[in-house]
Every structure is written in C-alpha cells, then in structure tokens.
Ligand binder design. Structure first.
Ligand SMILES: Cc1ncc(COP(=O)(O)O)c(C=O)c1O
Length: 389
C-alpha cells in the first residue's frame, strides 16, 4: 500500500515525550507548566452545563450546513457584546477552530498555494496546512519593547502563490494583540495583492489589561476578512467541539455560498451541541473571570519569583494563556526542557512554537497556582545552579 506524501510524518516520540510519559508512570512529582487544558486546571464549571445538551429540539434532525440559526444567533450576540453588529448569515459553525481553518484553506487555496503565518505561533498550523496541501510561509514577528510584525518581512514573504495571511489576535504564545498600525499595514498588503486575511481570535476575551481590543469580525475596508473562534477557549470547553468562522469583505457573498457547499459535504456539527451553544455562550463570563484571575495571579507570582535574578526574564504579555521566558542561550532549549523535566518541571521549549532553538521557554499561565509557583521556583533554581552568569 502507498501512503500519501502529506502524511509522511515522523511519528516517533521525542525524548522529551518519552521522558514525560516515564515520569508520569513512575508517580514522581511533576509540575506541568504546559497545561493549557482548562478542564484540568481546577476551575468551577456551572452544574447545569451538561443539562443544556438535553434540549428536546435536538431530537429533530433538520440540518443546516451553516449551523442552526438559533446557535448562529447566539454567536452574533457574542459579537454584539464586542460592539459589532454581525448578521447570523455571515457565519458558519464548525466543530473546531481547526475545522474552520481547513474550510478556509479549502475555500482559498489550490495544492501548492501559500499562506503566511506569523512566527512564532501556534504549532498546529503546520499540520492543518499540510493536510490541505497548502504551503505555510513564515512571516516574522520581532520583539522590541513588545512583540510586533516585521512589516518588510511580511511583504518579502509574499509570492504569486500567496492566497492569505493568518493573524492570531492575541497571538499564541507571544500574547500580543495586533495594533492599529499593523492592521492598517496588513489590510493594505491584502488589498495590494488580493489576499484574504484570516484572524484567529480564540484568546480575544483574555486581555490582561482590562477591556479586550477590537475584534476583526467588523471587517476591514476592501479586504476579504475571515475570523475564526470557538468555545474551547471562550467558554473553557474544548471537549464540546463548537466553533465558527465569520465572513466579511467584497467577496463575502460568493465566499459564503462556497463555504456552504464545503460545510454541507460534511455536516459535522451535531444537534445537541448546537442547541446548547446559546446557553454555554451566555455563561462564558463565569469561567472567563476565573481564568483571568488565574492568569493575573500566576503572572504576578512569576514576576515575584524572577525578581532578584537576571538569568530568566519574562517578555511582555498582553493577553492569552501563555508567557514567554528568555533564558541564556547556552544549550538547545529541548535539552534544557529535558533537564528541567528530570527535576520535576515540564514546559514547552520555544522551538515547539517555531522559535529559534536556544534561548526561549514557554509557560502556561493556566496552571493551578501552587503547582505553577513550585514549578517556577525549580526553574529559577535550575538556572542559578547550572548556568554561567
Ligand atoms: C491560536 C489557537 N487557535 C486555535 C486553537 C484550537 O482551537 P479549537 O479547539 O477550537 O480547534 C488553539 C488551541 O490551543 C490555539 O492556540
């Protein structure tokens, strides 16, 4: 049998993954500073969350490729709460943000088409693109008193095969929101080269500085702009599998027609989840306020524990669930992560998010607070004992 070239992955476990599994099996203590699964971080979810799935409306199967109107109306209300009037007709429900990306790649790209993604960014992009025969091209983010796009780097990355630019707002793991000058620059680039703009807003509601910056769902003048989001982050419910994409711009009618056919081919949304979505979205603030206070307390603890030493420093973070740490670039970060794991702390090396191979670690601010504090203390201790200052 022949396998497709697109599935030609190296599926061998990394040494880090093997060591992690062995440590877990051994029952030794472990501070997991990679944990970004809200259902495993000790948050209090409403008791009647599952009751929403027993809505008898779901006993009738009346599929709509875009998703049930009642569910799309609830998503439109979410955007109204963000100050944007969006018709439910301008959105399509999907089971996950990942599915929304694959619909958009299928809508916009032919085999070999290119999509620009910021670097560093979310590791799943590679797989999503490969599975749609799309070539990802990295567009650089730079850190200079905060993260920002490198405008000339973005411009240089565009070729005749480029179809879209992806933005993550705020970005994962850098935690920076797109600024108005960046939006204007990227909108201009999209207009000049007839590119679509895809904006991932799964972390939009987790701004550490109070009110969230604006959503892109309002659209941008003359730009075909798609946003993707879902309840895995907004409601802390990754297991419920409900997400969506929004469509604005000069080709929005044709885009929506074509997306409807893509969605109709799979009809992947299930009825009980769609019937429950309005109630889950309505309750989102209960979980969001717990998550936000966890993020802020862990960030304050991190700063407190890093004060008084110079080997590890935290980069600026505006939103999202992660913090990026700069460490001495004396060894590959994979090796540092392995050494830390032997000492009872698990975290992602920056290379997991396509950062350079040395000098970067990423911690999840969602980690339960005691575990987070002990993990950071072990990390600081490791560098104090093992690095030349
Ligand atoms: C930036 C970003 N987009 C999308 C997702 C996945 O969302 P979903 O669970 O809806 O596929 C993640 C998950 O971590 C993410 O970090």
């Amino acid at each position: 049998m022949h396998f497709s070239a697109r599935t030609n992955w190296n599926t061998e476990e990394s040494e880090l993954a093997r060591t992690l599994a062995a440590r877990r099996d051994s029952g030794l203590t472990l501070c997991d500073l990679s944990n970004a699964n809200p259902t495993q971080c000790g948050f209090q979810y409403g008791h009647n969350l599952l009751a929403a799935l027993a809505n008898p409306d779901a006993l009738t199967y009346d599929p709509n490729p875009k998703g049930l109107l009642s569910a799309r109306r609830a998503v439109a209300t979410y955007y109204a709460d963000h100050g944007v009037a969006l018709s439910p007709d301008k959105l399509t429900l999907t089971v996950s943000t990942s599915e929304a990306y694959s619909f958009l790649f299928q809508l916009l790209c032919d085999p070999g088409s290119e999509v620009l993604v910021p670097q560093p960014s979310y590791p799943l992009f590679d797989f999503l693109a490969t599975l749609s025969d799309v070539r990802l091209v990295s567009a650089p983010l730079v850190y200079d008193h905060g993260w920002q796009i490198d405008p000339e780097g973005f411009r240089r990355a565009i070729t005749p095969k480029t179809r879209a630019i992806v933005l993550v707002h705020p970005n994962n793991p850098t935690g920076h929101f797109t600024k108005p000058w960046e939006t204007e620059f990227l909108a201009q680039l999209c207009r000049e080269h007839s590119l679509a703009l895809i904006v991932d807003e799964v972390f939009l509601d987790f701004s550490l500085a109070g009110q969230s910056p604006a959503t892109f769902a309002a659209g941008l003048d003359g730009v075909n702009c798609f946003t993707v989001s879902g309840i895995s982050k907004i409601c802390g419910l990754p297991q419920m599998k409900a997400a969506w994409l929004t469509v604005t711009g000069p080709d929005s009618v044709e885009s929506l027609n074509r997306l409807e056919v893509i969605a109709d081919t799979f009809l992947s949304m299930n009825a009980p989840v769609q019937a429950a979505l309005p109630q889950w979205l309505e309750c989102r603030r209960g979980i969001q306020s717990q998550v936000l206070s966890r993020l802020k307390r862990n960030l304050a603890a991190l700063d407190h524990l890093l004060a008084g030493q110079k080997l590890v420093c935290r980069l600026e973070v505006e939103g999202g669930w992660y913090a990026v740490l700069r460490i001495p670039a004396l060894a590959p970060d994979d090796e540092t992560a392995l050494q830390l794991l032997h000492r009872g702390v698990y975290l992602h090396p920056g290379s997991f998010f396509s950062m350079p191979p040395s000098g970067w670690l990423v911690v999840s601010l969602l980690t339960p607070e005691d575990e987070f504090r002990v993990g950071v203390m072990l990390l600081v201790d490791y560098f104090a004992k093992n690095q030349i200052s």
